[in-house]
Design a protein around this ligand. Structure first.
Ligand code: AMP
Ligand code: MG
Length: 360
């Protein structure tokens, strides 16, 4: 029961006063806990601030469980995933009901394809499959096999009826590959679990590209090292809150076949790995967006990529670098990108990059 004089206290003081008189300890300082686990073909790190080890363990376990649930739905390696079952229906003329995570990723991917003019394409599956083999054997696909894979690709042959909740893969042999968006989606969903279900305010979820929520206690933001463009350039650090920093592309690690370098990202027009040497970084509140955008910007390259960002995502920041065959480097970045850098680590080269072209 409240002591009679408690009614004299201003409302804002009441909770701390009650804590004092009840002898309960004041709120404990939050500590950092780090967890690592393999998932979706890579190693995931979750770093979070919590008031006890128990709270931290339970939160990380719940977040990892959500990632695994999404993997079970979206993996093209698992023949029984919802995504693989949908792919198996290709060319049969029967729409398939899709729900939950597959539906969410399908809708986001189709929107991505529409906006990017097919630079991002969930239906590149047959080409990815062929390309995985080429990367292993270091031999280009047979022309007939490549033509068949291209014939079985194309996002316009994937339709989704939102009212019926049903998807149709119109052409035989079509195969979906969510490798360019599923990890980002899983990061967003795992962060939701930490925040909404477990009450964690400050966390980092990193599966190669980090997503952060809140800021570490007493700090201005999370420090995220930016993927370098040149191996010998000084390290650049972004200081961010509630953002994902996603980098795609392979300026430094591409496969060489017959003297040409190829990327693991497919140019949907040729069905082969990109021959341009490109790296794209996107900074966005949504990891799903950052993931697919970084992949799509690699396909577009610096000039087209910047025009695309200005037109469709004027509030997001991105940087694209492309190495030309003569060894020269073309860099471009959006207007707000430099402002994200921590002043003492800002890379002057990066800040001199060409400004964003005007939106059309
Ligand atoms: P990321 O590493 O996020 O750029 O994603 C690359 C992965 O996305 C590849 O390993 C493929 O599984 C898939 N992918 C490759 N090219 C494309 C593309 N043009 N559109 C959509 N997904 C792609
Ligand atoms: Mg990506």
């Amino acid at each position: 029961m409240l002591p009679p004089f408690a009614v004299m206290l201003p409302r804002t003081l009441l909770p701390s006063f009650l804590l004092l008189i009840s002898g309960l300890p004041a709120l404990r300082a939050e500590e950092a806990y780090t967890f690592r686990r393999p998932a979706m073909g890579t190693v995931w790190t979750i770093k979070l601030y919590a008031e006890s080890e128990k709270v931290a363990d339970e939160a990380a376990a719940a977040a990892f469980a959500r990632v695994e649930e999404i993997n079970q739905a979206l993996s093209d390696y698992l023949p029984d995933s919802a995504l693989s079952r949908l792919s198996a229906s290709a060319g049969q003329g029967k729409p398939v009901t899709v729900t939950g995570d597959l539906r969410a990723v399908l809708e986001r991917s189709l929107d991505a394809s529409r906006k990017s003019g097919g630079a991002f394409d969930l239906t590149v599956g047959p080409c990815v499959l062929l390309w995985r083999e080429s990367r292993k054997t270091r031999r280009l696909p047979e022309p007939a096999a490549l033509a068949a894979a291209l014939q079985s690709s194309g996002w316009e042959s994937l339709t989704f009826d939102a009212d019926a909740g049903a998807a149709l893969l119109k052409k035989p042999g079509m195969r979906l590959d969510a490798g360019g968006i599923a990890k980002g989606y899983a990061q967003d969903e795992a962060m939701k679990v930490l925040r909404e279900r477990c009450g964690i305010q400050s966390a980092l979820i990193d599966c190669g590209s980090p997503l952060v929520s809140g800021r570490p206690p007493g700090r201005a933001g999370w420090n995220i090292a930016l993927a370098k463009v040149e191996p010998d350039e000084p390290e650049t650090v972004l200081q961010v809150e509630n953002l994902c920093v996603d980098t795609s592309g392979d300026l430094h690690q591409a496969v060489e076949i017959d003297g040409r370098r190829y990327s693991h990202i497919i140019d949907p027009k040729t069905g082969l790995g990109l021959t341009a040497s490109v790296q794209a970084t996107v900074v966005a509140p949504s990891a799903t967006d950052a993931d697919w955008l970084a992949t799509a910007l690699c396909v577009m390259g610096p000039e087209q990529g910047m025009t695309f960002m200005a037109r469709h995502y004027p509030k997001l920041q991105a940087r694209i670098a492309q190495r030309n065959s003569d060894g020269s480097l073309v860099r471009a970045q959006t207007h707000g990108f430099a402002a994200l850098l921590k002043p003492e680590t800002a890379n002057p080269e990066g800040q001199k990059a060409p400004a964003l072209p005007a939106a059309k």
